[in-house]
Design a protein around this ligand. Structure first.
Ligand code: SAH
Ligand code: SF4
Ligand code: F3S
Length: 470
């Protein structure tokens, strides 16, 4: 029987050893079993879930959206903030209930929580009904581990490996826009953040493999790729490459749209800005997390830049990249953040007038340096600050959207709108969400759209019959 993703295994350089020989017997075990997958967290996890789906379906599993009829439930977890973890724990309770009286029901925990020793300990002690815990580095081993799991009844934990896996297979959620990992892990060790512990050290994929992947996606009709990494600007440091060189090579594939997340101000060079400005197919959109506007807090966060440096970089981008949109992440209530510190954050928001911002209350992550810092600020105070910040942030994202009213913009149409099934949705080059009315099927195309109304978080528009690309 042909198992498509196994051909890929042959291309592997470092990790043949982790590959199993999928015999027909294995396939029989899983044939027509149903899997349900739930994904939490960032784009990395969304993309990892695409890999998990591909491996499961190669084994013979069939996807179901109905957890009640599933034989296998995969929770791809996130650990970035306490509430992310709480959601997963809540959902585990439901799985435990479903598993009662059913022999043929397995629970797999994947994702960032699987890389936290305290979580693993908790699962082994208090959630014995979980069948398999698989770390963020081990997704390619899923077929082998599942097979083992179906033959014995103990909880298995697999995590940690610093290999760079090339040639992973994905069952992509979209036919038009694709995530492409360019690197794994993070070395920045911001003092509040769990990611360096759950995703390991920075490891870059080979430039040629990334470019090949983009070329193949283009040949298969993809219009857009988003290059993924926790800090894409650090790409290549471990292999003598640079992000600007990679960007240029990807731009030269002529794929229509190139995006990248996330950028770190510390590693953003002038050369990168020049390359973004030079190529029309690199989208004028940068997500540039600020985290705080106070130099004191930035230092204690180990962010490696000052408020002034951030603003200078921001201005340079605005000046050199025509029509660029910049969004950000901000944390309020870092341990002992004073009123003055918070005011400085508001001050940067007023200066930069971001196109959008994700805002968070500091969440204590066990094992990170910030978890040991003294914190006298009450939760009520932090919630007040968040509210005040959100009001300001929304004002600017609304203003930036209003500027597009009555303008004609290019939108890559991705599918039918969630809320209104008579409309389709897509994103502008500057990553603004637009719900579009059209009497033609324009899904999968980059089209011109006239903006008819603008809100804080989305735009409405109508299709203008002059196609940009087929
Ligand atoms: N690598 C990216 C994003 C990492 S996680 C970066 O460096 O910007 C996404 C966002 O979650 C971060 O930008 C930060 O704003 C937020 N975040 C991370 N850890 C957090 C914590 N402990 N509490 C609150 N927010 C946090
Ligand atoms: Fe976390 Fe900082 Fe790395 Fe981003 S750069 S993932 S915030 S440690
Ligand atoms: Fe969450 Fe892991 Fe992403 S902790 S935000 S899923 S890298």
């Amino acid at each position: 029987m042909h198992l498509p993703d196994l051909d890929i295994a042959k291309k592997r350089e470092k990790s043949e050893n982790v590959y199993i020989d999928l015999k027909e017997d294995y396939h029989k075990v899983f044939q027509n079993k149903k899997y349900y997958i739930r994904t939490y967290g960032c784009q990395m996890n969304v993309h990892d879930s695409e890999a998990i789906k591909s491996y499961l379906e190669a084994l013979g599993f069939v996807n179901t959206e109905n957890i009640e009829e599933a034989n296998l439930v995969v929770l791809n977890t996130c650990a970035i903030r306490e509430n992310a973890r709480d959601k997963v724990v809540g959902f585990l309770g439901k799985c435990k209930y479903l598993k009662k009286n059913r022999d043929d029901f397995k629970i797999v925990i994947a994702g960032c929580m699987s890389e936290q020793p305290d979580v693993i300990e908790d699962i082994m002690k208090n959630h014995k009904y979980v069948d398999l815990v698989i770390g963020t580095h081990n997704i390619h081993e899923l077929p082998k581990l599942l097979m083992q799991e179906y033959q014995k009844q103990t909880i298995e934990v697999y995590s940690n490996s610093d290999e760079v896996i090339e040639g992973m297979n994905y069952k992509r959620d979209s036919k038009y826009t694709a995530w492409v990992n360019i690197m794994y892990g993070c070395d920045k060790f911001c003092t509040y953040c769990i990611v360096p512990y759950t995703r390991g050290r920075e490891r870059s994929r080979k430039l040629e493999s990334i470019v090949e992947e983009v070329k193949t996606l283009k040949e298969n009709g993809y219009k857009e790729v988003t290059l993924l990494g926790q800090n894409v600007n650090a790409y290549g440091k471990d292999i003598g490459e640079t992000f600007s060189h990679l960007l240029e090579c990807v731009a030269k594939t002529n794929i229509e749209r190139i995006r990248f997340v996330t950028s770190h101000p510390w590693n953003f060079t002038d050369e990168m800005i020049d390359i973004i400005a030079k190529y029309d197919n690199i989208m004028p959109y940068i997500h540039l997390p600020l985290q705080s506007g106070s130099n004191n807090i930035l230092k204690r966060m180990n962010r490696r830049y000052t408020k002034e440096e951030y603003i200078a970089l921001f201005n340079k981008m605005k000046e050199k990249i025509p029509n660029v949109a910049i969004t950000t992440d901000i944390i309020v209530g870092f341990p002992n953040e004073t009123k003055e510190d918070f005011e400085e954050t508001l001050d940067v928001v007023r200066t930069c007038k971001f196109d959008g911002a994700y805002t968070f209350i500091f969440s204590k992550r066990e094992g990170t340096p910030a978890a040991r810092m003294e914190d006298k600020i009450s939760l009520e105070e932090k919630e007040e600050r968040l509210k005040e910040l959100n009001t300001l942030v929304n004002k600017y994202s609304n203003e930036s959207n209003q500027k597009l009213l009555n303008k004609v913009v290019e939108v890559l149409i991705l599918g039918v709108s969630d809320k209104d099934k008579t409309k389709v949705y897509g994103y502008t080059d500057t990553m603004k969400l637009v719900n579009v009315t059209s009497d033609e099927d324009i899904i999968g195309k980059i089209v011109k759209v006239r903006i008819t109304s603008a809100k804080s978080f989305s735009l409405d528009g109508e299709y203008v019959k002059e196609e940009v690309s087929a």
